[in-house]
Design a protein around this ligand. Sequence first.
Ligand code: GLP
Length: 253
Amino acid sequence: MEWRIVKDYEELSLMAARFVAAQVKNKPNSVLGLATGSTPIGMYRELTRMVERGELSLQQVVTFNLDEYIGLAPDHPQSYHYYMHHHFFSHVDIPAGQIHLPYVEKGAAQEEDCEACEAYDRMIEEHGGIDLQVLGIGRNGHIGFNEPSISLEVGTHIVTLTEETRQANARFFQRIEEVPTHAVTMGVGSIMKAERILLLASGSDKKEVLARLYAEGVRTELPASLLHVHQDVTVIADREAAAWLPVGESLKG
Ligand code: GLP
């Protein structure tokens, strides 16, 4: 796992966008795994600028998003479908047919049996797997919506969100009751199969979980810790998120 500590959110966003752009320049038909949350918004903004300035084309890129709430329509302002179109897809040149997000109807939400989930994994496979997976990290160490647990699911599946995650995401809703209780997420297997992984963390809210990720071994109670056994993971963290990391001060800029 390679750690890059940058000054602030602006630097993180620029470095992350350059990382993704380099991937696409190297392989124009890259399959990108994309994340939501507040952290990658700046990265999407910078990528949009690169496309607008004619420095980057995403025309051949194929995207697969990590997760989505269950029970929010795609045009709901808090759905990840809406987020992705608002922050990224509506501003760049990726053809609509190359964009994929998981979606499960509320009534169809059966944790044990999810046809849409299997179809999503098959589609990723059919595209040759993910070349670069962008990830955020939850304060409890979740990646996608893979919550701390005694076991983690391999493929795309339905999850019951933890109270902690619902509370953390309540800031985007008017009332906590409006935060969905379930979501669909790629599993840790789908994430770990990506050729390369880019994990982004910003702000002091993440300093504790990053310190745990840095210091602890692999355990399902800290889902992001699985990334320790992946051969190509880059973490970009800003100074606030890296505050509790025992890495050399020089790295912290
Ligand atoms: C959300 C998403 C994750 C995201 C994480 C952190 O619940 N499901 O994919 O990485 O939590 O979000 P943020 O970047 O807003 O801190």
